[in-house]
Write a protein of this length. Structure first.
Length: 114
């Protein structure tokens, strides 16, 4: 194989790709979406949807959200892809669990539930 590190055609499927991005986080109250404060869904930018479609992520989409400073994590789904670029909105209770505040950075990674 001329391409030992991928990129070349392979007989083996690696399955869906992995989505991994860092976003500035804001509570859903920031955008007046009070109905979201009790759920476990986040709002991501449109670019995330485009990348997820390209990676063939399996449904339902599930994400691991990590506070990179404290290594705290939680899992969630996504409700909509309407956030500004580089931004993620999530319920405040989720931010409290992660010990993050408005504008802190979080790492979001797609996970496949088995």
């Amino acid at each position: 194989n001329m391409f030992p590190f991928g990129g070349g055609g392979s007989r083996y499927s690696t399955g869906p790709g992995v989505f991994m991005k860092t976003y500035k986080v804001y509570s859903t109250a920031f955008i007046g979406r009070e109905e979201l404060k009790k759920g476990n869904k986040i709002i991501l930018p449109t670019s995330a949807l485009q990348e997820l479609a390209h990676l063939h992520i399996t449904y339902p989409m599930t994400f691991r959200v990590v506070n990179p400073q404290l290594k705290k994590k939680t899992f969630c789904g996504v409700l909509e892809f309407v956030a500004e670029e580089g931004t993620c909105y999530m319920p405040y209770w989720m931010m409290e669990n992660l010990l993050v505040g408005e504008e802190d950075e979080i790492l979001i990674t797609s996970v496949t539930l088995k």
